[in-house]
Design a protein around this ligand. Structure first.
Ligand code: ADP
Ligand code: MG
Length: 679
């Protein structure tokens, strides 16, 4: 569909040409559909003319006025000239100023009426405007309408892009991409009209209608694509596990009682594993909710059914820790559990690779090393990826392809609202652990300014003297040339060594060698280190129950979800835990975020706030959450439409799982196109 209109070469659209094509490319516009779907980020309302006597300071205003004086063009200094004119309507006069518009006298003629649009200013009763846009008034043409404001790039002005867009929209080539019945049932406008209205709306009513339709379309196709993928690619048969009560035994032998949420999730997983169809499940649960034990139980079931299991984690430290946990629970059943990472002795590694291939190893826990080509399994029946936001879909697929349609669990500690989960992980089934183990004392969170450091240190000392340990997280590894007020690991290490002379202080960061890092983590676990200074390498999954203090330096530099993850490193043992957010000074956003951190420990609430505060347009923020980039929809503002299309997409794909019905062919076409390009 879009393929058809993309035969139009945008270089030949009036106003484009070779040079401007390069500029359009910079905006991500390569073909016709990119162009027409380059939606305005805002609008200028030039539909209402304001009388000069009514203009208000600071507001974008449209006036219609006659030029009273010739343009006064003054040379100030090199590269600076100023042009002024006085204009007048029936209510008053206004002085208008431009800068460096030397050609202005040619265009702006005394005695003629023009529209001027720009920011107005009123001071001591004198009205003025700076650098407004202008257009000569012609009889019968009232106001300038509502004009689009696009995100621009250097050398491409608003007016040029508006003109290009106007010319493009005159080529009546934009076909409908939704089936007739969906348009009718949901009272949507026709696509060509809506695209015209979104760029050059006739009024705000039409604009709203157009926006609705285009948001609807965008979210609908995204949801359909995910469900379609789930129905087509993801249905695979294999790795069926034995139906029995074997997991009851391991559950009875655990050192703690599982939470109801854990039991519910384990049941869902068990059912999936016993079915003919391989499992594709997202396991979501806040930090500390006990996801690891769920994966241990799933691995147990897989091995009992004659399969091998692979657990993939993002860091070697985490792999080491998981190895411990798995061994603790499973070695008593004579399972062979090993670890694989990039940096290992060759002989040891080869042995592991050999034993994976011949099936001697039951469970392998590893880093990215697991997806390397030389890793082969005899009978891989379960793949678990932990802290999944660190892995791409490709990596997930690579490890899955090493088995014969193994069961898959994707674990994520980034709790997201269910509606969002449906759009991020629509191709997976979702299980949620929405409950923390009962024995936990909620972490106490506070913030402190740097000038209060002494009080904090005193408090930390008291806890250390009781035998506890502390984490200190910094935003940087090394000290930077310029003084940007940010504390580095190196710097903080010196400070803490100085302030805690009787204690053992050490540091760890991502640039260190693997062995070095592991040794330090081990020393910390064995209480040989009292204070561990770190970067966010410790954000992921590590468990040190004796450590009850988390200090975050320059807390204003971290995202909310990240702070939450970091805080989740403490509060795992039997002691009261503390999280101290240290900040330099607080602007409003920082204050807001700190307030949220201090008032809740609910990861779902925090992630929702995080997304809200960052705004979904924030590229960095959304990328971190793996949220796809939308052209017009905003997942947080458009929740109502999102829910509506989710229901619709679900119904359609339930009745027509592979979109083969005549009436749904248009959806299929678009969805295939998306899967081949975007997803
Ligand atoms: P996460 O979900 O963040 O990966 P973990 O699986 O690391 O959390 O669990 C955190 C800690 O809680 C571990 O020490 C684990 O042994 C413990 N734990 C897990 N489930 C329970 C439970 N039901 N009761 C008590 N402690 C539990
Ligand atoms: Mg974990």
């Amino acid at each position: 569909m879009n393929n058809e209109i993309n035969k139009i070469n945008i270089k030949y659209i009036k106003g484009v040409g070779e040079k401007r094509l390069t500029l359009l490319n910079k905006l991500g516009i390569y073909n016709f559909s990119d162009l027409i779907e380059y939606y305005p980020r805002d609008y200028e309302d030039r539909s209402v003319v304001t009388k000069i006597s009514n203009i208000i300071s600071g507001q974008n205003t449209l006036i219609k006025a006659k030029v009273l004086t010739p343009v006064n063009n003054r040379y100030i200094r090199k590269n600076l000239t100023i042009q002024t004119v006085i204009v007048k309507d029936e209510t008053g006069e206004c002085e208008i100023t431009w800068f460096n518009q030397n050609y202005l006298p040619k265009f702006l003629k005394m005695g003629y009426e023009y529209y001027f649009y720009g920011k107005a200013d009123v001071r001591y009763g004198r009205r003025s405007m700076k650098s407004p846009q202008y257009e000569i008034y012609k009889e019968g043409k009232e106001g300038g309408g509502i004009l689009p404001i696009y995100k621009l790039t250097k050398n491409l002005s608003q007016n040029i892009l508006r003109n290009i867009m106007k010319n493009a929209l005159e080529i009546p080539a934009i076909p409908e991409n939704l089936p007739e019945y969906i348009i009718e049932n949901n009272k949507l406008g026709n696509r060509y009209n809506c695209i015209k209205e979104i760029h050059f709306p006739r009024n705000f009513n039409f604009l709203d209608k157009a926006r609705y339709r285009l948001i609807f379309e965008e979210l609908f196709f995204m949801q359909c694509a995910l469900l379609y993928m789930k129905n087509t690619n993801n249905i695979s048969y294999g790795s069926k596990c034995i139906k029995d009560n074997s997991i009851d035994e391991i559950i009875q032998n655990l050192p703690f009682k599982l939470t109801n949420a854990q039991i519910k999730v384990i049941k869902e997983i068990e059912k999936d594993m016993e079915s003919d169809i391989s499992m594709n499940r997202l396991l979501q649960g806040d930090v500390g909710s006990g996801k690891t034990i769920v994966s241990i139980i799933a691995a147990y079931k897989a091995v009992k059914s004659g399969f091998q299991a692979a657990i993939m984690v993002p860091t070697a430290i985490l792999a080491t820790q998981h190895l411990e946990s798995f061994k603790n629970e499973l070695e008593k059943y004579n399972f062979n559990i090993k670890m694989l990472k990039s940096k290992m002795k060759k002989k040891e590694k080869n042995e592991i690779l050999e034993d994976l291939k011949n099936g001697k190893i039951d469970i392998i826990i590893g880093t990215h090393a697991l997806i390397e080509e030389n890793v082969n399994f005899k009978n891989l029946g379960l793949v678990v990826t932990d802290e999944q936001h660190r892995f791409g879909v490709n990596q997930r697929e690579k490890i899955v392809s090493k088995g014969n349609n193994p069961n898959m669990i994707v674990m994520s500690a980034t709790p997201i609202p269910r509606t969002l989960a449906l759009i991020l992980y629509g191709d997976l089934d979702i299980s949620i652990i929405d409950e923390l183990p009962k024995n936990r004392l909620p972490i106490k969170t506070t913030y402190a300014l740097y000038k209060q450091e002494e009080i904090i240190n005193k408090f930390v000392m008291q806890e250390l003297n009781k035998g506890r340990q502390a984490f200190v997280v910094c935003p940087l590894v090394e000290e930077q040339e310029e003084d940007n007020g940010l504390r580095s690991v190196e710097e903080v290490y010196e400070i803490y060594k100085d302030n805690f002379k009787t204690k053992n202080v050490a540091y760890i960061h991502g640039k260190m060698k693997e062995d070095e890092k592991n040794n330090i983590m081990e020393d910390f676990l064995n209480k040989k280190i009292d204070i561990l200074i770190a970067t966010t390498v410790i954000e992921v999954g590590i468990d040190v129950p004796n450590s009850n203090i988390m200090i975050i330096e320059n807390a204003e530099r971290f995202g909310l979800s990240q702070l939450h993850q970091l805080r989740g490193r403490v509060g795992r043992g039997k002691y009261q835990s503390y999280c101290i957010l240290k900040i330099n000074s607080a602007n409003n956003l920082t204050k807001e975020r700190i307030k949220i951190m201090c008032s809740t420990t609910d990861g779902f609430v925090i992630s929702e706030k995080d997304l809200e505060l960052r705004g979904s347009g924030d590229f960095f923020g959304t990328k971190q959450h793996g949220i796809p980039d939308f052209k017009i929809a905003n997942l947080f503002e458009d929740v109502k439409i999102l829910k509506q299309v989710q229901k619709l997409a679900k119904d359609i794909l339930a009745k027509d799982p592979k979109l083969e019905k005549e009436e749904n062919l248009k959806i299929k076409q678009k969805v295939e196109e998306m899967i081949n390009t975007v997803l």
